[in-house]
Design a protein around this ligand. Structure first.
Ligand code: FUL
Length: 514
């Protein structure tokens, strides 16, 4: 309802009422309420309806974590392999000074909200004393067979306030029943053990797992057979035991593989995916689809970019962490493209993150802080040519794009699919990064945008052409410019655009040519 009409009808209601009721009968309270109603101008304007497949609150919380740490750790750390064949002697696993607090502390300092550990990789070795396997820490000499990596990580995550997730590979090159229907049952018992005993302790004393990581790999087991995985049973088991866990696989249901291991989400990246007829592993959609998602797809299955800080997933003696520039590229190509970054930082044979990795991570954090702690958009006067409820409607005002309240956003009227946002500056600002965020609890909507700016001499220039998706967060790398104003043209959307943040930043460090 247009504000003018709304205000007019309120006024006439007031006048009519005044005729009927004597002034003294109207309580002071109701007068105050009515005045507030008139001043706000849009108290009754409903928020936009959610559009299409939308995230669960758990998926929103997960996406807002932005970066998590992956820890590949197990017999491969000691053998130098990437894929153990399951015949490794248990004694091979022998970290000399395991300290999961060090992992959690590093994750915390780098701004990662969670750690996902390879509780069981393809070699089948369990990092906890599993009752359904005889290939575990309990059969090793490490800590006299009394050690439990998952317990230590659960305690460390609880102490440091870090969420804990688990990678549990269905492919098991050690399990004797692998390749028979019985294995699916055994695998569920494995899940049950982990998902009931481990995780970050919450106030209610119960351990929580924030993400269950399912690898779709399906090779041969010890008897040369492949397994027919019962994915519905596996997923139902996770959901029953850890209802808040986001389940990762090639096709979700909680989040999806981004389609490569090089740290690159699609420039166009939808969080929605058509999952009908697909399954994890060989039955998944092609990697290009995983990379980009499906426009208006049937399910909310956002992309997770898993990539290692080192060449391998596991720690290897002669490998070293990637450069700071590479980490920045990965950040822009994942978090900056509507994806969560799951950065693997493999502990070494001591059971510690090597200092060269932790130093690189601290440099990475310092660089992110130096770029993103000064938002030049904060200096702008902001306007939009359209606002839901009209210009005076505070609830959906473009000024919401400049605050840090996640749940306040700018929106337009139903039926609209285009709009222009203008940021004007008293003093010109110099920047080369533009950040945009859609308010994803209401779905992903924007499909096309471009950006222009006015230089200090009053000339208009294209800054970015052919923008497609935004999603939870989009960070656009543009040439360094000095602008008197910035104009964001939303040219296409599947439903009325809803944005909750606009930011402008200057990055003097990352070199895209390197
Ligand atoms: C893959 C595995 O085969 C790799 O070893 C690694 O764990 C990676 C994250 O997932 O599918």
């Amino acid at each position: 309802m247009p504000v003018a009409f709304f205000r007019h009808s309120l006024f006439s209601y007031l006048c009519k009422s005044q005729r009927k009721i004597k002034m003294k009968e109207i309580s002071l309270n109701s007068l105050i309420l009515l005045s507030l109603f008139i001043i706000s101008g849009c108290t009754k304007v409903a928020p936009p309806e959610p559009f299409g497949a939308c995230p669960t609150p758990q998926q929103v919380a997960w996406q807002r974590m932005e970066m998590n740490m992956f820890c590949h750790f197990g017999p491969n750390t000691f053998s130098g392999a990437e894929w153990g064949d399951g015949s490794e002697p248990e004694d091979l696993f022998n970290p000399t000074s395991l300290n999961c607090h060090q992992w959690a502390d590093i994750a915390h300092r780098v701004g990662m909200g969670g750690i996902i550990i390879t509780a069981k990789h393809h070699d089948g070795f369990c990092l906890w004393p599993s009752a359904v396997s005889d290939h575990t820490v309990a059969q090793s000499n490490w800590q006299g067979g009394k050690g439990d990596v998952l317990r230590e990580l659960s305690d460390a995550c609880s102490d440091e306030g870090i969420a804990m997730g688990v990678y549990i590979s269905p492919w098991d090159r050690n399990a004797p029943t692998y390749g028979t229907p019985q294995y699916n049952e055994t695998f569920c018992r494995t899940l049950e053990e982990v998902l009931t005993q481990y995780g970050t302790k919450w106030k209610d004393g119960k351990p929580r797992i924030f993400e269950q990581w399912f690898d779709g790999a399906n090779g041969e087991g010890p008897n040369g057979k492949r397994q027919n995985y019962d994915w519905p049973l596996f997923n139902a088991t996770v959901t029953r035991l850890q209802p808040n866990a986001v389940i990762f696989s090639d096709v979700g249901p909680g989040c999806r593989w981004v389609g490569n291991e090089s740290g690159e989400a699609g420039e166009t990246c939808y969080s929605t995916l058509n999952i009908g007829g697909f399954s994890p592993g060989a039955g998944s959609p092609c990697t290009d689809t995983l990379n980009r998602g499906n426009r208006g797809g049937t399910h909310w299955v956002p992309a997770e970019t898993d990539v290692s800080i080192r060449p391998g997933w596991f720690w290897h003696e002669n490998e070293h962490p990637k450069s700071l520039n590479d980490l920045m590229r990965i950040y822009y190509n994942s978090v900056g493209r509507n994806s969560l970054l799951l950065l693997n930082v493999p502990p070494d044979r001591r059971g510690l993150i090597a200092s060269e990795d932790s130093i690189r991570l601290m440099e990475f954090r310092a660089t992110l802080d130096s770029i993103f702690s000064t938002d030049l958009a904060q200096k702008a006067r902001i306007e939009a040519n359209k606002t839901r409820g009209g210009k005076r409607c505070k609830a959906f005002s473009p000024s919401n794009l400049l605050n840090d309240d996640y749940d306040s956003y700018w929106a337009v009227e139903d039926g609209e699919s285009t709009a222009v946002i203008l940021l004007e500056f008293n003093e010109p600002v110099t920047f080369n990064r533009i950040m945009l965020q859609e308010y994803i609890p209401l779905g992903q909507r924007i499909t096309k945008f471009h950006i222009e700016y006015m230089d200090t001499r009053g000339h208009l220039h294209d800054l970015l052409a052919n923008g497609t998706t935004i999603g939870y967060k989009r960070i656009l790398l543009v040439p360094t410019v000095t602008a008197k104003d910035v104009r964001i043209y939303i040219e296409g959307a599947m439903a009325p655009p809803v944005l909750n943040r606009v930011g402008l930043f200057m990055d003097n460090i990352f070199d895209s040519e390197q």
